[in-house]
Design a protein around this ligand. Sequence first.
Ligand SMILES: [Zn+2]
Length: 378
Amino acid sequence: MLLRLQQYDISVTYVPGRDMLLADTLSRAYLPESTRGESETDIETVNMVGYLPISAERLSAIRAATTDDTKLQSVANRILSGWPKRKQDLPSDIRHYHTFQDELSFPDDIVFRGDRAVIPDALRVDITHRIHSSHLGVEGCLRRARECVYWLGMNEEIKTFISKCDICRSVDPKQQRETLHPHDMASRPWAKVGTDLFSFHNKDYLITVDYYSNIWEVDYLPDTKSNTVIKKLKAHFARQGIPYIVILDNGPQYASLEFQHFSRKWDFEHRTSSPGYPQSNGKAESAVKTAKRLMLKAAAARQDPYLAMLDHRNTQSQGLVTSPAETSEQEDQDPASHEGHSAEARGNTQRTGTGKQQTETGKVLQQKTWTLWREGTM
Ligand SMILES: [Zn+2]
């Protein structure tokens, strides 16, 4: 009941029965039988399962293991038939469920706590492996887990598992954390972008990071000439929209005449990180660190680095409520905000037209990433 009411914002007011004409009339004219349609029951139960970012195959494994799990079967029985008043009247191994009994449900033969599937003992190790399949850090894995699964002691188990992961231990930096001096938040996706060059295994790459969503793109650079970098940036701007501000470091690629020409023609301001404040391109630098780490781990685990990047995008960034992909998607659901921005701030009608098209393409791209995650990478 509480769960079902969560989607509404209700304020309760007392009205005496004699004043409630309409409600009173309806309560006297109720249907002789109050059966819920099949579709209603479906919506309530299927949605829980359908919203989980877990593959159908994995779900049926969870369902089968739940059926075999005596603890969860006894929890399911309480969900269906009611809980005792006192916690002590429950068997000790399911006693802790008493505290959050209101959050529990049993749709489709899987126990749910809120919108998270309760994982039977037999599958915990397997699920932990899947959560950590791209060797995301502890925080990333925990956020990912908390979105969709639950078991008692889950956080600790995941932390211990990651602390023992050989691939992570061989790659993760031991150095202390740098304090970032962030630029003010951008107002929409791809309004403000940071970019930087880095090398990995003797190859050069360009990183382009969006300040709003934290999404970054990595491009392989056959050489580090100014024109090569410009070409890669153009491709991103053509898909995502032209930023107002591009933050750069002091590389020769950006100081060149070609780059000056590019920024004038495409009408964006470029700021270089000044020698006094080298950390002002911190966003790009920290994206480089993350990208390198993902690429190292993917190489060590012989995995596709692009899948690791997809996982990273779909996992919430530290300190943000939503994942990079979600942030971009939410913004995309409000087309007015894009049009408003391009029309006012750009003051250029021709631009508005292309800007809108670019957003449409951007939106499709973001949704693709989202769908991949939705269909279950676990
Ligand atoms: Zn690992």
